[in-house]
Design a protein around this ligand. Structure first.
Ligand code: C5P
Length: 232
């Protein structure tokens, strides 16, 4: 898997999603289906976008007891997606079980990546609500290393953390990074942002881009600009 731009399809219905994707008559973007769209439309939306030829990152962030996660991952694996994820906070046992569930009878499986600490969590809320007292950068790296030791393929993280994650977990451990904005665009609610070219320089393997593409006047042009700046 080389560097690529993943378009976050944060829409509330299949109708809106397919209307948006219909604009892409050339290259079919790698897309992210998150909780909103998946809970609204179920596995049918995944099958439809696969049928249309899109590669899919199914961003459902599983976190439950190992047996439940294992059985759920087996269901998701049958949907023929390329990337799925879970919360590293579910522990090593949960991550190992997830990998078992994902692995198909022929030995193939989607790639599995972990959320370390959500970028909406800061040092203060982590200490106050989660009772985790170490510096958040250390926590992120520890969770990433635990994910790697469990056999996972990478993490979701900020582009600003991608270099450190590669240093600690190896260059082939994937960093999938949201928080990307054009130099001349609005940041919205994202706080620590970087440009597509900046993310490439920092070592991101995949950037996840939502509103800079979905809310653009010309989404196809915005997508192509992202590709040019990130992949070259
Ligand atoms: O619209 P925007 O480019 O901010 O979308 C980024 C996408 O990445 C959204 O789907 C958001 O939920 C997701 N995401 C994020 N930060 C994380 C994890 C996921 O922005 N830490």
């Amino acid at each position: 898997m080389g560097k690529d731009v993943i378009v976050a399809c944060d829409f509330a219905s299949a109708e809106q999603t397919t209307a948006f994707l219909d604009r892409f008559t050339g290259r079919k973007p790698f897309v992210k289906i998150g909780m909103e769209l998946y809970y609204a439309e179920g596995p049918a939306i995944v099958r439809e976008l696969r049928r249309r030829g899109h590669r899919i990152f199914l961003d459902l962030k599983l976190h439950d007891i190992p047996n439940t996660v294992k059985k759920t991952m087996a269901v998701l694996s049958a949907l023929d997606v390329e990337l799925v994820n879970l919360h590293a906070a579910g522990t090593m046992a949960m991550m190992t079980a997830a990998l078992e569930g994902l692995t198909r009878p022929d030995g193939t499986r989607p790639k599995l990546i972990a959320v370390t600490q959500l970028t909406s969590t800061d040092q203060e809320s982590m200490e106050r609500d989660l009772w985790i007292r170490e510096p958040i950068e250390q926590v992120v790296l520890h969770y990433a290393l635990t994910a790697r030791n469990a056999g996972l393929d990478g993490v979701v993280c900020s582009p600003l953390e991608a270099g450190k994650v590669h240093e600690v977990c190896g260059t082939d451990f994937l960093t999938v990074t949201p928080g990307v904005r054009f130099a001349d665009g609005a940041a919205g609610d994202q706080k620590r942002v970087t440009t597509p070219a900046g993310a490439a320089a920092l070592g991101s393997d995949y950037i996840v881009v939502g509103r800079p593409i979905t809310a653009a006047e010309d989404p196809v042009a915005a997508y192509e600009r992202c590709l040019r700046e990130f992949v070259g």
